[in-house]
Design a protein around this ligand. Structure first.
Ligand code: ATP
Ligand code: MG
Length: 437
């Protein structure tokens, strides 16, 4: 007996009933990035393991326990990318995009982390990310945050997410603070949970990031990084806050926001929601001025963020969706053999003449009734009808499916113009149209 093969745990099929939400998000994001002058970059999904070790840091959750790493047939150690920043920086250095230049880049695609699968946390998940290079000031930090704030508005999520901000200071200031924090944590060693005891030696700032309720009091009373910032970072942060105030973007300063990865400095931020349970961060980013140099490039300022598509789509599930942008405009009902043959070609001519027109043609014959059932289920606004009589007379029937209205009989050569008008009047988005049937 054959057993059905299942998808890998934590790696999901994204089925047709949810892909319209994904596309709504992706389409909106693409237009938004265009509006701010960001360019798309596409990196490989597999990179040398060393890249992630050197950039993300050896003592982070990702590198310690979450990477999908394997030896390929040559024995080279490779890793399925757990995030996009490392690959983006590698690509920028390798292709000469970073030296003495400014770049505003974005990417999207699957990421892989061997985590415990649960709601909002998967082993293959998807991110859309932005990285900017060569821009040092708080103005670009503000631009990135304003861009995300605009995205939430466009997605109808503005009320669902809140902005948290912090500054990690320069790496020197952080090193000095680290010593102070370690002293404090050592005094309270007995109260630290197992994870935190481990992190105390390897990555003590991460202790502040602990989600364990039993640790929260200790964390709240810990010395604050913000009291130990270097002057430059303090000023950078003050200016960023002033820019956000001027733009009317609300935020909370969260002194415990340290982010999981080693490469951040100065500004870090997260957009969080309380509507998704424990996995509430939908977008996270910060400045990583040291990373390009760390990966062998010349010192280059950098600032970016990544958002989790699954979590945003989960938030979108509560919104009413403009589904009609993804459904066919018209379902083509084809009655009889002649109509099946001619209809296929007529649909082609209509698509030529009305770019952007979405027609789902019925295939495989069947009764009037069964074809109309399918038409209804397709979500189309119109049925186009071609039967024997229409073929004889070179006409086409058009019947509204979602509104009152009689069936209309048009000459076939007039159908394209009619459909073009229909799309316009019903405010469907159209591509540049050209030609006629
Ligand atoms: P978390 O604290 O939730 O583990 P993280 O700090 O590991 O997040 P980042 O590396 O900053 O996450 O990734 C940016 C965003 O990608 C997160 O805010 C989240 O929305 C999303 N994300 C991260 N890991 C996963 C995952 N395993 N499944 C789904 N989405 C994820
Ligand atoms: Mg994580």
């Amino acid at each position: 007996m054959s057993k059905h093969i299942q998808a890998v745990r934590g790696m999901n099929d994204i089925l047709p009933d949810v892909t319209p939400r994904w596309r709504f998000l992706e389409d909106t994001v693409r237009k938004l990035f265009d509006a701010y002058g960001y360019q798309e970059i596409r990196m490989p999904i597999v990179e040398a393991t060393e890249l992630f070790k050197r950039s993300i840091g050896e003592v982070t959750d990702i590198v310690e326990k979450e990477m999908y790493t394997f030896a390929d047939r040559n024995g080279d150690m490779l890793t399925l990318r757990p995030e996009g920043t490392a690959g983006c920086v590698r690509a920028g250095i390798q292709n000469g995009l970073l030296y003495n230049q400014t770049q505003r880049l974005w990417y999207s695609g699957p990421m892989f982390r061997h985590e415990r699968p649960q709601k909002g946390r998967y082993r293959q998940f998807h991110q859309i990310g932005v990285e900017t290079f060569g821009l040092t000031g708080p103005d670009i930090d503000a631009e990135l945050i304003l861009m995300t704030a605009r995205l939430w508005k466009q997605l109808g999520l503005a009320d669902a997410v809140q902005l948290q901000l912090n500054s990690l200071g320069s790496s020197e200031a952080r090193a000095a603070y680290r010593a102070i924090l370690v002293d404090y944590l050592r005094v309270h060693h007995a109260q630290l949970d197992e994870d935190s005891q481990r992190r105390l030696e390897s990555n003590p700032l991460r202790v502040l990031d602990s989600k364990n309720p039993a640790m929260q009091e200790l964390i709240a009373a810990a010395p604050k990084l913000s009291d130990h910032l270097d002057e430059e970072s303090r000023q950078h942060f003050t200016e960023l806050c002033a820019l956000l105030d001027a733009a009317g973007v609300a935020y909370t300063i969260n002194p415990c926001l340290v982010r999981g990865l080693d490469y951040y400095s100065k500004t870090v931020f997260e957009w969080v929601t309380d509507k998704l349970g424990a996995q509430g961060t939908v977008c996270a980013g910060g400045r990583f001025d040291g990373l390009v140099e760390q990966l062998g490039g010349k010192p280059t300022a950098a600032m970016g963020f990544a958002m989790g598509i699954e979590r945003l789509v989960a938030l979108l599930e509560e919104q009413t969706m403009p589904l009609r942008d993804y459904q066919p405009h018209a379902y083509f009902v084809l009655l009889g053999e002649q109509a099946q043959r001619e209809g296929l070609l007529l649909a082609e001519r209509l698509r030529d003449a009305v770019p952007g027109l979405r027609i789902e043609s019925h295939c495989g014959g069947g009764s009037f009734k069964s074809q109309f059932k399918k038409a209804d289920r397709s979500g189309a606004a119109l049925a186009l009808i071609l039967g024997e009589a229409e073929c004889e007379q070179h006409t086409l029937g058009i019947k509204p499916l979602r509104a009152e209205g009689e069936q209309l009989q048009l000459a076939q050569h007039a159908a394209a113009a009619w459909l073009r008008d229909y799309l316009e009047q019903n405010q469907y988005e159209q591509e540049q149209s050209s030609g006629s049937v």
